[in-house]
Ligand binder design. Structure first.
Ligand SMILES: Cc1ncc(COP(=O)(O)O)c(C=O)c1O
Length: 374
């Protein structure tokens, strides 16, 4: 059997990693400023992470959600404390799309409504509801088409008000910072206005922090830069450093009912252990602060760079929009300088490194960039 051929692949196979360094099968060394798409939050093979997961694997890898699992309760308590959402409840699942799918469902159960407002260029995942709320017809099958989702332009409160006034909305869903689109931020005024409009029209505000959360922007969640509180927050990528997991943080206003949500694998012992190890490392190594600090360095070093049309983002969620003559730089960074980076189309390079990235590694990237754009 062959693999279902849906990914265009680089001809590189990493076989070993340590912090922000990767080795491929030929022994070539690379620096990882992509973090496997914002997933590697605490560095590859962090010793504390490896130890906790190895020990848990030797005790119990999995049991179902029919029995007590104190690892889940520990994770909920720790996550509530570190995120400032102590009074919220946690539902655990296995991926970002699944977290959003459950968030949309909870909002619909709670309000009794079926419509959802999402934003132009948004990406919320590839399952049925999540992909319907994703503004990319190319990844929506006819089966996913629904009249329940409407789109408004980001940062256009008037358009949101016009839509919500029509009634019947369960939720507004918005990324903390739009990632896949190429790193676009909501303004503070917009996100505070959204909160007020959701309250006025009786629908819930869902913050998709799957890419922007877990300290990446220099606050635990990106929306916390604006002092706004969401009714539901979804998380996934950085949560367990590559072990599949998703989380839905749910306001105490929303009541749980037995059977309302469920999953076979979600919240299993290994996933919770991986997530607990990540929180230990984020706290012990002050990684949210490091993300803010190294983010400031990148902005000071590249903010006015001559190869850029625009520098966007916060902390370690960075979009570098290239001038036309520099398109192709991402491949040159990879093949000539051995730096992995992300992208949004051909024109935007995305930096999504581990929050452990050192000043020295950040400087080595900036030096490589400057050499290639001389
Ligand atoms: C903001 C956002 N939401 C949801 C998802 C979907 O997550 P997953 O691929 O884990 O389903 C992604 C993935 O890139 C994302 O960036």
């Amino acid at each position: 059997m062959n693999l279902f051929d849906v990914y265009p692949l680089w001809d590189i196979e990493p076989v070993k990693g340590l912090d922000t360094t990767l080795w491929d099968k030929n022994g070539e060394v690379y620096t990882d400023l992509y973090g496997g798409h914002a997933v590697i939050s605490v560095g590859h093979c962090h010793p504390h992470y490896v130890k906790m997961l190895s020990e848990q694997l030797g005790k119990l890898g999995f049991y179902s959600n029919a029995v007590q699992n104190s690892l889940q309760r520990d994770l909920a308590a720790r996550l509530g404390k570190v995120s400032g959402y102590d009074d919220y409840a946690l539902f655990l699942c296995n991926s970002g799309a699944e977290a959003n799918e459950n968030a949309l469902k909870v909002a619909s159960f709670h309000t009794g409504n079926r419509k959802v407002l999402a934003f132009r260029k948004a990406f919320h995942g590839r399952t049925s509801g999540a992909v319907a709320a994703t503004d990319n017809p190319k990844i929506q099958a006819p089966f996913n088409e629904t009249a329940n989702i409407v789109f408004a332009p980001l940062n256009d409160l008037e358009a949101v008000e016009t839509e919500l006034s029509r009634g019947g909305f369960a939720a507004v869903i918005i990324e903390g910072i739009q990632g896949v689109a190429g790193i676009y931020e909501p303004t503070a005024e917009f996100i505070l206005g959204l909160r007020a409009l959701c309250d006025k029209h009786g629908c819930l505000l869902i913050l998709d922090e799957i890419q922007s959360g877990y300290g990446r922007t220099g606050k635990f969640f990106a929306h916390q830069h604006y002092g706004v509180r969401a009714d539901i927050i979804t998380t996934a990528k950085g949560m367990a450093n590559g072990f599949p997991i998703g989380g839905v943080l749910i306001s105490p206003e929303i009541k749980a009912v037995y059977g309302m949500l469920g999953t076979t694998f979600g919240g299993n012992h290994l996933a919770c252990t991986a997530a607990l190890a990540v929180l230990d490392i984020i706290e012990n190594e002050h990684l949210v602060e490091n993300a803010a600090k190294i983010g400031e360095y990148f902005e000071s070093a590249l903010g006015q760079d001559k190869a850029l049309k625009e520098y966007r983002g916060k902390g370690l969620m960075i979009g570098l929009e290239l001038k036309d003559e520099y398109v192709g730089l991402r491949n040159r960074l990879l093949f000539e300088k051995h730096f992995f980076t992300g992208a949004a189309g051909a024109g935007v390079i995305r930096l999504l490194p581990s929050l452990t990235i050192s000043q020295e590694t950040a400087e080595s990237f900036v030096n490589a960039w400057k050499e290639l754009t001389l």
